[in-house]
Design a protein around this ligand. Structure first.
Ligand code: SUG
Length: 446
């Protein structure tokens, strides 16, 4: 059956800020406590969505989440009116306040893992909200992620949205950031690749020493079971623990796949030769000719990969079958990466075009083009069954730009999070947004 890939980009929320909350994520740590510009961040994200939609790629928007998370603040003992809760948290626990205010749901690659209907036993598209339990500021996202997905993909004939896995270290799950899919085209049965950082129930298995491995093998296997994937078309590969220790906190910082192409760094996996061989065999089984595009350390060092986010790119199939690589502008600013990309295009292989975006506001928190989007391959019937109000059009783009201009601040520093007015602004903005997107039950604003 023919299908089309929709990229659901996270709309950056009005409280986007730099709080240094993600240990192991170099950019998040380097920019801690600098002032952010939520308005610019949202406009940068919208410009990317608009440009890709205008090119004919399936594009939709995933709404931001309610901030601050008063439930989190109250659950850890801050009481009183909302203003009192904020004042006490700002004074006694500013890191917890920043966690409750984080706009991190903008990185929708971490919202869920998605398996298209062509891969699942019951012929439905399956979503499992990611528990993101490795980080306080992300561990509560899954409730709204599941709610948003259920609002958009409400038709149970076509879609199944699973709640997050148990929020315990054994089931650490970071969603689609550690998952990719290979198939002849978006509508045919594919091979699903799950990349994990560590194994909970095997003490002898290698694991990083410095930074956390956020995804476990056990979580990946649980998601595959929930989605009814065929074991023959499911491949589990361990991420190289050494690169996690160099700041590669998700696999999508060092590899990206689409169609029959895997664009990856030679150090991405714990056992490269084994991973490539298993993928070649599995992709061959579904009628594809696996095409690994390997970047050697001599061409681009891991540090340049992390600084430029070369692999946190989107690989988009164009009409005719060639692919465009969507990269952040940091790739042009890094000499080794720019040189590599020039050579890649000159080869005239599977990737024949670069599309570059300024996503600096997101990049400063470690979120590139691929972090900002969740891929959902849909048949025509499924695309018609999803909520249409989130599909990016010129009209929606202009409406959302006006909404951002109206509600967002152009500067937010850590001290601003104590301002009770900010909480009111965010709430007003989201009430307005649920009307714009025609999703009246999107939020629980009680
Ligand atoms: O989880 N940064 C996010 C970045 C997520 C990137 N996503 C993918 N690679 N798919 C994270 O580390 C930083 C927030 C702060 O420090 O304020 C943050 O959460």
């Amino acid at each position: 059956m023919s299908a089309r890939e929709f990229n659901f980009d996270g709309l950056v929320g009005p409280s986007h800020n730099y709080a240094g909350l993600s240990f192991g994520n170099v950019a998040s740590f380097n920019n801690v406590k600098s002032a952010s510009n939520p308005k610019l961040a949202a406009l940068q994200g919208l410009a990317k969505m608009r440009a890709l939609a205008a090119r004919g790629f399936g594009q939709a928007v995933m709404p931001p989440q309610v901030r601050p998370n008063f439930r989190l603040l109250r659950s850890v003992g801050f009481t009183g009116t909302d203003a009192e809760v904020l004042a006490r948290a700002a004074k006694e626990a500013p890191v917890i306040l920043a966690s409750a205010y984080s706009a991190s749901p903008m990185w929708t690659a971490n919202a869920a893992t998605v398996s298209p209907s062509a891969d699942s036993l019951d012929g439905r598209t399956h979503f499992t909200a990611a528990n993101l339990n490795n980080k306080l500021h992300r561990a509560f996202e899954h409730t709204q992620s599941a709610r948003s997905l259920r609002a958009i993909f409400a038709d149970r004939k076509h879609f199944a949205v699973h709640d997050a896995l148990p929020g315990t270290p054994a089931f650490g799950d970071e969603g689609a950031a550690n998952h990719t899919r290979f198939a002849r085209d978006h509508g045919s049965a594919g091979v699903e690749l799950f990349v994990y950082g560590r194994t909970e129930f095997d003490a002898a298995a290698p694991a990083p020493k410095r930074f956390p491995a956020r995804q476990t093998l056990e979580a990946s296997q649980a998601v595959a079971r929930l989605h009814g994937l065929s074991p023959e078309r499911t491949v589990y590969v361990q991420q190289n623990p050494d690169v996690i220790d160099q700041g590669v906190f998700h696999n999508d910082v060092i590899a990206v796949g689409n169609g029959n192409v895997l664009f990856y760094h030679e150090q991405a996996f714990a056992n490269e030769a084994d991973a490539i061989e298993r993928l070649r065999r599995a992709v061959g089984e579904v009628g594809g000719q696996f095409n690994p595009i390997r970047v050697a350390t001599a061409q681009v060092a891991v540090a340049d990969t992390v600084a430029s986010y070369l692999f946190n790119s989107q690989l988009l199939t164009k009409e005719g079958g060639k692919m465009a690589l969507v990269v952040p502008q940091e790739c042009q600013e890094n000499a080794a990466v720019a040189r590599y990309l020039e050579g890649l295009l000159a080869e005239n292989g599977a990737i024949d075009e670069l599309i570059t975006f300024d996503l600096r506001q997101s990049m400063r928190n470690g979120g590139g083009p691929a972090c900002l989007r969740l891929r959902v391959a849909l048949t025509d019937a499924e695309a018609a069954a999803m909520h249409q109000g989130v599909v990016m059009t010129e009209a929606l783009y202009h409406t959302l730009v006006a909404w951002v201009e109206k509600h967002y601040r152009d500067s937010l520093s850590p001290d601003d999070l104590a301002d009770p007015q900010l909480a009111i602004e965010v709430r007003t903005a989201l009430e307005d947004l649920s009307r714009i997107l025609d999703l009246p039950d999107l939020y629980d604003l009680s």
